[in-house]
Write a new protein. Structure first.
Length: 168
């Protein structure tokens, strides 16, 4: 009599084991489905935000395109200063000075951060006098100004000296 009971008990245990295994698998599947739906909703939210940001960026770019070009930056060079600089070899002194300085980022005493590289920008270089220039620089993360002295040697060679600079 004991043998059939052991078989019955063993059979019940096996069925119970399989039933619990299927139940655990079912619950795990429900949890997985819930997570997939949750990630899907997050993805949709991110896509909507990306689209909204894209539309906003496009509108800002359009607004920037509609801003009229600024005229040449003011300078305090006199006509005598300009003639003197032209006699030393600069065909367009203000443009030539800006272009030369913009091509000399090694003059910037501050180093870039977060992988950025410091640059001067021609449209942010102010030729103040026949000796001094104020120039904006940045690396995309930090920015500042440099005050420089320049001399023009015969042949149009420009020499620069940084007098002072600061970060904003």
């Amino acid at each position: 009599m004991d043998a059939p009971r052991k078989n019955e008990t063993s059979s019940v245990r096996i069925r119970l084991f399989w039933l619990l295994s299927v139940l655990v698998l079912f619950l795990f599947s429900l949890l997985l489905l819930f997570k997939v739906l949750q990630f899907h909703n997050q993805l949709e939210d991110f896509r909507e935000k990306q689209h909204a940001l894209s539309v906003k960026a496009d509108s800002l770019l359009q607004a920037l395109r509609e801003v009229p070009e600024t005229e040449q930056l003011p300078t305090f060079l006199t006509s005598v200063d300009i003639r003197r600089l032209k006699a030393k070899g600069l065909s367009d002194p203000v443009r030539d000075l800006r272009a030369d300085l913009a091509g000399s980022p090694d003059l910037i005493p501050q180093k870039g951060v977060l992988g950025g590289t410091m640059h001067f920008y021609e449209d942010h270089i102010y030729v103040l006098t026949d000796r001094w220039v104020l120039a904006y620089f940045d690396d995309g993360h930090i920015a500042g100004y440099a005050w420089l002295r320049y001399t023009v040697k015969p042949g149009g060679e420009i020499a620069w000296k940084v007098l002072d600079s600061y970060l904003m």
